[in-house]
Write a protein that binds this ligand. Structure first.
Ligand code: MRU
Length: 357
């Protein structure tokens, strides 16, 4: 197992001098911590598409850096030529994955920064500087927001509680702290002594490979369970609260997250365990009225039948259903914890009526 010091390996970084994005290749974790340096937009697209970098906020930050780099490589003094080439790169990157709204949110922010620079009649060199500033602001905002989410969530808990999480909404899915794991990091720092359970999260095992890995590396001792053990664990009274991340929250509070999340929420409701979604406000999509409007990514069958196994584990003549996300109904969610606090799903519209930006 690779050793991991989070301070040495930011999930996503920009090496401005080299014109490269630096990411940890998460497909290799926990066996190997390998840094990838990417400069071409096609390589960054591929890294997002195959989940070398993944998790809604980290995808957003990567996208901001990627379109900045694509723009900085455009050799022209004509702002209109720059705008066209930037738009092409942004449009292409937006096709990397469909569900996490942070991808589109970050690209939208970068486009608005470009719009402001064009309106101010800046030179191409100054436009590039404005885009760099915006990309770095998106990254820095992510760190502050995740910390605030953790602080709000900590106010909901008592020392010694049992916490369950699904997938990886950890620092590997953000720049620092994570969303659902922020409360765990902050609680750990303050000596809360939480007992943490991680669903392994079939089929890509983000819970076992990534969440358990990063929490263990930070000195917590998480317990990994198979996804089908949640009911048993809750029935045994071992879970006091569930915290998961989210890829997109619709205006009514319906929340898309890693496949299996809605099942956890249904079981939690049965056992009276509070179920919290942790998300930066950039994950709120107030333009989508409810979960039915959220596009769910379908992924390759081999992730279910072959990946991780020495030999194929399903007959070749069986079909596979492999949606990457599901939608948890708002009625199952106790609260959505953003950087602004914990809010009942039904109150999102009044709080974020003017948009979540
Ligand atoms: O397919 P992934 O690994 O990108 O899915 C990630 C999740 O579902 C996370 O829970 C979500 O993006 C929130 S990350 C803070």
């Amino acid at each position: 197992m690779a050793s991991f010091n989070s301070a040495d390996f930011p999930t996503v970084a920009l090496d401005e001098a080299a014109g490269e994005i630096v990411i940890i290749d998460q497909t290799l974790l926990p066996g190997e911590v390998k840094l990838l340096r990417l400069s071409k937009i096609e390589d960054i697209w591929e890294a997002i598409n195959v989940l070398r970098v993944r998790g809604a906020p980290a995808i957003g930050v990567t996208a901001a850096f990627a379109v900045y780099l694509a723009g900085s490589a455009v050799a022209t003094d004509d702002p209109r030529v720059f705008e066209k080439r930037f738009g092409e790169a942004a449009g292409y990157l937006a096709t990397a994955r469909p569900t996490a709204v942070n991808l589109f949110w970050a690209i939208g922010r970068m486009k608005r920064a470009l719009g402001g620079a064009l309106a101010a009649a800046l030179s191409v060199a100054d436009i590039k500087a404005a885009l760099l500033k915006e990309a770095l602001a998106i990254r820095d905002g992510d760190i502050a927001i995740c910390k605030a989410i953790g602080e709000h969530a900590l106010g909901l808990l008592k020392p010694g509680m049992g916490l369950l999480t699904h997938c990886n909404a950890g620092r590997l899915a953000t720049v620092e702290y994570g969303t659902a794991t922020s409360v765990m990091y902050l609680g750990h720092e303050k000596g809360y002594g939480f007992k943490i359970y991680c669903d392994e999260t079939r089929p890509l095992l983000q819970g076992a490979r990534l969440t358990a890995f990063e929490l263990a590396a930070a000195g917590m001792r998480p317990t990994v369970i198979c996804d089908n053990m949640v009911s048993s664990l809750m029935k045994a009274g071992k879970v006091d609260a569930v915290f998961t991340g989210c890829d997109r929250v619709a205006a009514n509070g319906d929340s898309a997250n890693k496949i299996g999340t809605s099942g956890v929420a249904i079981i939690a409701k049965h056992y009276g365990v509070p179920f919290y979604i942790c998300a930066p406000s950039s994950t709120l999509d107030m333009s989508t009225p409810d979960g039915a409007g959220i596009v769910i990514e379908q992924r390759p069958a081999a992730e279910v039948t072959e990946m991780w196994y020495k030999t194929r584990m399903a007959p070749a003549d069986a079909d596979v259903y492999n949606p990457a996300f599901d939608v948890t109904d708002a009625s199952l969610i106790t609260a959505i914890v953003t950087e602004d606090g914990a809010l009942a799903p039904g109150r999102l519209r009044e709080k974020y009526a003017g948009g979540a930006d």
